[in-house]
Design a protein around this ligand. Sequence first.
Ligand code: GLN
Length: 310
Amino acid sequence: MGVSPRFASVLDRIAAEIAAVPDRDRGRPADYIPALAEADPGRFGMAVAELDGTVYGVGDWRRPFSAQSITKVFTLALVLSRDGEALWERVGREPSGNPFNSLVQLEYENGIPRNPFINAGALVTTDRLQALTGGDASGALRDFLRAESGNPGLDFDEKVAASEAAHGDRNAALAHFMASYGNITNPVPELLEQYFRQCSLEASCADLALAAGFLARHGIRADGSTLLTRSQAKQINAVMLTCGTYDAAGDFAHRVGLPGKSGVGGGIIAVVPGHCTLCVWSPGLDRRGNSVAGVAALDRFTTLTGLSVF
Ligand code: GLN
């Protein structure tokens, strides 16, 4: 890891602005997964990774947090890299306009989830990765993240996975319902175990900004090998832009103007194709499940630097 001066003053300025925000205006940590409710909303970290793997940041940028739905991006990439277009028969690529754990569209859309970033769609993607990896989808995900971040210590938080499993009725309902349409191929209990493990992965802003680098490098991994075609990398960025922050994706595009993916642990990754990747973390969420300080920091970053896909 090197220290690049390129965005240093911008990051310092953003950190100072966020530090001035009172706790009451930072949202609240997710409490439907009890293990996440303990997080301190006062924490804030932000990292930028350049295409060559140089990474730098401010605040808690090296502190691990629960990656949660950010992992859905990596699972999707691993499935597309092995399976090509076939996944799109089982999951769509339209914004849902509904909360990330909603069930309502599934019945009248015959068990096909709107996109791979809501929980229903991620369950289908994980189901496919499970089949492609002989049953260890979460292990494949962890190995990929370790390789791309250069951090061999990345791992799951078993306490968070267990907490989520103990309160996982909605995800279980989604998986069973899709199985009734034939859109889940593995036994539902095994799929849920893999999904909860995947969500519980702990990583820092530095780890996740580095790991998402292939999306800024048009599909090229950290070691120079090809994970995705340029077109596939573009497709993932497009789905992140339109669906990565659920029913707030329009507002996120309006404010930030980058492909992004949030998680209820309070992290958000964002991609500036051809330039850099970002990850912010602050555990206080808005009512749609996106980090309040995280969105604000990305909003300030693109405003101050002029970097955007638009
Ligand atoms: N593990 C969480 C869940 O399934 C992920 C949700 C999220 O980060 N938006 O509810």
